[in-house]
Design a binder for this molecule. Sequence first.
Ligand code: PLP
Ligand code: ZN
Length: 481
Amino acid sequence: MPAHAPSPARITDTDLAFQRCINPSCAATLPVDRAVFSCPDCGDLLDVVYDWDRLPVPSRLADFEAKWSRRLDPLCFSGVWRFYDLLPFAPKDRIVTIGEGQTLLRPSDLAARYVGVDDGNLLLQYEGMNPSGSFKDNGMTAAFSHARMVGARRVACASTGNTSASLAVFCSATDFGFKAIIFIGSGKIAYGKLSQALDHGALTIQIVGDFDDALMRVREVSDRLGIYLMNSVNPFRLEGQKSIMFRVLEAMAWEVPDWIVVPGGNLGNSSAFGKAFQELKYLGLIDRIPRLAVINAAGAQTLDQLVGTHRMAWNSGLPDESISKAYYDRLDLEHIRASTIASAIEINRPVNLKKCLRALDVCDGVVRQVSDQEIMDAKARVGAGGLGCEPASAASVAGAKRLREEGIIAPGDRVVCILTGHQLKDPNATVAYHSSDREEFDRVLGSRGVKRAGFANRPVVVPNELDAIIRTIGLYSDPSA
Ligand SMILES: *Cc1c(COP(=O)(O)O)cnc(C)c1O
Ligand SMILES: [Zn+2]
């Protein structure tokens, strides 16, 4: 709860849930049924906040498990709305759900050894199991519920791919008259994701530019045409994404891990995780908060630069914004564009920067950047360990390895890495890594500075002859091993 109480004159609504400007020196409030997505007084980000004292919150997290036995009820089946009591901004009869959040937390000892922690201590939270194949569905179900609450029909987003895929799925899978409008940058979207937007019937607008350009445009267009904006500047999305942490805790029998490691793009996830833990602690449902590590790709390292090099910090809600402004001015001046194989985090102007600074403050967090080489190697180890993820997701595992090498993560720490999206989102990157065709490798990965494929599992080319095939199998696989 903020240090500065909002001045009473600004309070426009005293409902159980409302929106509030994150800037404590403003703290303007708005009713929950408005869809403006920035503070009307100062332009800052908004939070969804609750009057917890007047809300029915279970006294123990384990009480949520009872919902499993009622999973014919869609609100109990959903891995987001099973935790309705922890994000109660919408009436239950307005909720839009497509069965999101049926995810898995699984230890991977292959990944544990790669990272350098003890067997059993590296846990992968696999969000690729969502209906559209990424964690974005957790946020979309919440934002669509809000859109339905406010009577919106046309919904839009700018996207590096997964937000648009999720938005398209939610529009096409539901019967509330939603129309999807998607803005993407040119040549900046992985094929798996583009194919989803097209297949699910979204109006797909490709502009000349990158994600940062597309986001600026969609905000203008939504403003002008009164279209509901689904990017993560929308605070309702973050409410849904809190549930990723609730499910992690659930899968750990409500024990808090030592570390949550997450890739950082627009910083919605990291912000949501910080809010989740802040609220759980406030409600007395957990007794300690895990540390948070947010991992940038080296080609899109704004957060790492601002926090690591320029020492930008939450500072009780008043971060020194001259630091980020100077940084963005330099990006413009030098025409620096985000560039990484991890297209989902190829973002240089993260909209949730300030909320992420708050999350880092709440969770005693750290930020690192990892190269595309480290990302692709980590991805191959994750895959060999049984879970297929897209490049951006593997930044979490690469980042954990880095932090372990620096001694910040200890071998005995329990580390949860978030695998944000499915392997099939970006098959090109995977195939290029494992390819024996050097040209293919260079075209997709070499151009990103990836030099080696240390964990490649190359296809073996054999003549179409029985003896040759049998000899090859003998050569490559030992039946006694
Ligand atoms: C959107 C996305 C991210 C980045 O998440 P933010 O909340 O924007 O930081 C990372 N990985 C995947 C697969 C994504 O789709
Ligand atoms: Zn404000």
